[in-house]
Design a binder for this molecule. Structure first.
Ligand code: SIN
Ligand code: CO
Length: 413
């Protein structure tokens, strides 16, 4: 991705930020981690040490009195939209079927054994976004999305495993979960879903609204609705190394610099015209071995890659006709906040937003890392930003990446 650099370039100083983080106020990097009801009254540190990636955790009343953030009708309306990823899974007449959205027609609510899943609800709803942000004791680079499933009586997606960590929060009705740590993860062939061929449950629980089950990757599970139910999945992303490697090579393709052209002034006549000579191989190998990369290249690649919006994400294209001066005036009064769809990350002097990277000065780094961590800046923080950062905020505002105002924190625990 081409990097437009509106900020002054500064020499690499990737560690300087570490010291400032603990002194900044705000939820995102509160180093004094408290016990969280959300995690069953343990600290994020204990959770990460004992459960994350290791073993399941059932948390009764992780969110006491939790009520669905969207009702059934609102969720169905989302599933019907072309810019929202959704799926319908059914098990009618003992046959698994799967249909990708947009879903404009759903089975009767009275019909048993179907489930509708809506991915990325956090991108479309403020309360869903705020709920997801309560999991920011884990880094944004790992947090993926909030998926909501609606199931009719006995609905589910069958016994399966996921490749990612997941928190399964019961939002409405009851769901019975059966889980197991089996090693045999072979799948039933010829069905449109990943269904475990030989699921062996070791534990089972019934989850009520507000209860939450954490499962590490590859942990077998099967959730069946006991009556109409809605379950929220807080999912994580973990790209495969193959995927990262391929994307990195593509990224490097844009930046490698190998001057010169193949030449062979010492060429001698050949009797094997079709053969690639040893000399040719050696010359090319010598040049290609000059391809190298630094930790900085990896940081830029990773930031651009991890902040790239998913293909389905479209930013609000409404015309914003505020002049730069009017924008600054408003931003100073109301503050600014990142759009729900914006992914903003940083590493040292590098700042990444929606797939673009910038190299910034120490002062700009402070403002921008604050914006990335808090996902908003109040008027007094906006008053501190440099002219360069104000220009960038304006561009992002015009692109729909950033809005005027502050988050209402509709769902803060
Ligand atoms: C569901 O909500 O129906 C499925 C979630 C899962 O098993 O990962
Ligand atoms: Co699953």
């Amino acid at each position: 991705m081409a990097a437009i650099i509106p900020f002054a370039l500064w020499p690499c100083d990737s560690c300087a930020l570490a010291g400032t983080l603990a002194t900044l106020t705000g939820t995102a990097y509160n180093v004094d981690m408290k016990k969280l009801t959300l995690l069953g009254d343990i600290t994020p540190e204990q959770f990460l040490r004992d459960y994350w990636h290791k073993k399941p955790l059932l948390i009764r009343q992780a969110i006491p009195g939790f009520k669905p953030l969207l009702d059934r009708t609102e969720l169905f309306a989302l599933a019907a939209r072309a810019d929202v990823e959704s799926r319908l899974v059914s098990y009618f007449d003992e046959q698994w079927k799967m249909q990708n959205g947009p879903l404009t027609k759903l089975p009767s609510l009275k019909k048993k054994q179907w489930t509708m899943l809506v991915q990325g609800v956090n991108l479309h709803d403020d309360a869903a976004d705020a709920l997801l942000r309560n999991f920011r004791f884990l880094p944004d680079a790992r947090l993926d999305d909030l998926m909501i499933s609606y199931a009719s009586e006995a609905g589910g997606v069958g016994p399966h495993f996921d490749s990612y960590d997941v928190f399964l929060l019961q939002a409405q009705g009851q769901r019975q979960w059966r889980i197991g740590a089996q090693k045999d993860l072979s799948l039933v062939e010829g069905v449109p879903l990943k269904i475990l061929a030989d699921f062996k449950a070791e534990e089972e629980f019934i989850l009520e609204p507000g209860d939450m089950l954490y499962l590490p990757p590859h942990y077998a599970h099967d959730g069946v609705a006991l009556g109409e139910c809605m379950t929220y999945s807080i999912g994580f992303r973990a790209p495969s190394y193959q995927e990262l490697g391929e994307a990195f090579l593509q990224f490097m393709g844009d930046s490698i610099d190998l001057p010169g052209r193949y030449e062979d002034r010492d060429l001698v006549p050949t009797t094997h015209a079709a053969e690639i000579s040893k000399a040719m191989l050696a010359r090319v190998a010598e040049q290609l071995q000059k391809v190298s990369f630094t930790e900085d290249d990896i940081a830029i690649f990773l930031g651009e890659y991890l902040s790239e919006p998913k293909a389905s994400v479209a930013f609000d294209e409404r015309v914003r006709d505020l002049s730069p001066a009017k924008f600054s005036e408003s931003a100073l009064k109301k503050g600014v906040k990142l759009s729900r769809k914006t992914q903003m990350l940083y590493r040292g002097k590098h700042v990444f937003i929606n797939g673009e990277s910038f190299s910034v000065s120490v002062k700009d780094r402070k403002s921008l890392s604050l914006l990335a961590d808090e996902r908003q800046l109040d008027g007094s923080a906006v008053a501190e930003v440099s002219i360069d950062v104000m220009e960038a905020l304006y561009t992002w505002y015009q692109d729909g990446w950033l809005k005027l105002g502050q988050n209402a924190a509709k769902f803060s625990l």
